[in-house]
Design a protein around this ligand. Sequence first.
Ligand code: E4P
Length: 217
Amino acid sequence: MKFFIDTANVEDIKKANDMGVISGVTTNPSLIAKEGRDFNEVIKEIASIVDGPISGEVKATTTDAKGMIEEGREIAKIHPNMVVKIPMTSEGLKAIKALTAEGIKTNCTLIFTANQALLAAEAGATYVSPFLGRLDDINTPGIDLIRQISEIFAIYDYKTQIIAASVRNPIHVTDCALAGADIATVPYKVIDQMTKHPLTDQGIEKFQKDYIAVFGE
Ligand code: E4P
């Protein structure tokens, strides 16, 4: 399973990129708004850091296919690694179909059912983003959705890749890997949590103590 980082914060992106663990970036309108920066400016900066797919979403206020297609074309022009993120609606599907025909990569976002993922794959989406954490938030096991989509895509040999999104903790990551997600997009905080184990810290401390006792600093 590959990792994307789910943020528009360039400092977090740099830290994760330096660790060599991320191969792409996903953003959404809330993440862009959180940074309070111009969309094109922040996306260009991200593209100068990470050499991999970067999802940039159409404006949250653009809901018609025509508008999404126009914006999608502009997003695709920012950098060759751009992926246009489009919400799962019937208008969104039309936009995915049109952009795919033009050779523009798309990420169908806000997927909460296997049927939505199936439709996005049929429309030609490069990626689908099922939201794990938001399902868990409403007492519905999000991991079941990742498992279902993985199984269906394998049966029909869809090339559409599954980006497990709304990943909130390290257990989600392990579960996504077991469920067959191609990619998990995770905030920096979760990447940092994944590096940690108390026995690793204790082990480092003991190695240092034993070494210093014999050889000094
Ligand atoms: C997906 O691409 C979204 O940006 C993101 O994963 C949503 O996560 P949240 O539910 O924690 O906001």
